[in-house]
Design a protein around this ligand. Structure first.
Ligand code: A3P
Length: 282
């Protein structure tokens, strides 16, 4: 609400939008690296000192006025498309949206909130004090989730991307994992700063991909030991880097639970042209 009342987007601003736990940390790191590649190399990049969330501010936390680091026209948000500040749409800002197989998203979210609950609790919590995965799953299937039902979130941006493909780039985490290079090239082009032939020859694309890979990005001290403090709560930065795998849901949900969520998504997305079918090997 604060952002809707006070944030004035500029036409050159670019927004990285996502539901929770769909790869926004990775997308931020890649986008930041692409946008600042002529200013920094690996050793001087602010990503060595700051968690990606401190490099690209979140709209809904009102961080845009206080974010450290170089001023770049990149912002992030988990808000649904219909909740974005009006000036973002009116100014014709570009938007990159990332989403992910809902089963992996749910499992990632459940782990994340377990971590947050444990580290912010005043007393020692045991497993029994935390919300069991089966209960959380019921909530998720009923659409009770942060920033609204998952299917509404993805559908809002999906439909908008079909209406305005020049302004909204729609990405899936699984595609980024499968073919990071294509996605990075697409991002650079979409941002209006495509890689030159010389950069391609020098391996700039590969260097960016490497420096933002799960293994490398999770390694700096700030991402291993640092904390992101928000009002009276905090998140340990390493909670943003759990496994980074496709299909990890199989280790936490039964096949029946997986099918149930697939069926819900199929019904909710029917007729939209959007699917989340993942091949069994992934
Ligand atoms: P898992 O919990 O499945 O491991 P978000 O950044 O939107 O909070 O999403 C978090 C998910 O992205 C986590 O998934 C996390 O491990 C994964 N992730 C973080 N950094 C990544 C990277 N560099 N490459 C691939 N996945 C990454």
């Amino acid at each position: 609400m604060h952002a809707r009342d006070h944030f004035q987007a500029q036409p050159s601003d670019i927004f990285l939008c996502s539901p929770l736990k769909t790869g926004c940390t990775w997308l931020k790191a890649l986008s930041f690296s692409i946008a600042t590649r002529t200013q920094f190399d690996n050793s001087t990049s602010p990503l060595q000192k700051w968690v990606p969330h401190d490099c690209i501010p979140f709209l809904e936390h009102g961080e845009y006025s206080t974010a450290p680091g170089p001023r770049i026209p990149l912002f992030a948000t988990h808000l649904q498309y219909t909740c974005l500040p009006k000036s973002i749409i009116d100014s014709g800002c570009k938007i990159v949206y990332i989403c992910r197989d809902p089963k992996d998203t749910f499992v990632s979210m459940w782990h994340f909130f377990q971590r947050i609950t444990k580290c912010n609790s005043k007393q020692e919590l045991g497993e029994g004090d935390l919300i069991p995965i089966e209960v959380a799953f019921e909530f998720f299937c009923k659409g009770m989730s942060y920033y609204g039902p998952y299917w509404e979130h993805v559908l809002g941006y999906w439909k908008a991307s079909l209406e305005r493909p020049d302004k909204i780039l729609f990405l899936k985490y699984e595609d980024m994992k499968r073919n990071t290079e294509v996605c990075v090239m697409k991002l650079a082009e979409f941002f209006g700063c495509p890689f030159s032939l010389e950069e391609e020859r020098e391996g700039t694309v590969q260097k960016i991909i490497e420096s933002c890979s799960f293994e490398i990005l999770s390694n700096p001290e700030v991402n291993k030991m640092g904390k992101l403090v928000r009002k009276n709560r905090f998140v340990e930065n390493n909670a943003y880097f759990r496994k980074g795998k496709v299909g990890d849901w199989r280790n936490y949900l039964t096949a029946e639970m997986g099918m149930r969520l697939d069926d819900i998504m199929e019904e909710k997305l029917s007729g939209s042209g959007l699917t989340f079918h993942i091949s069994p090997q992934e």
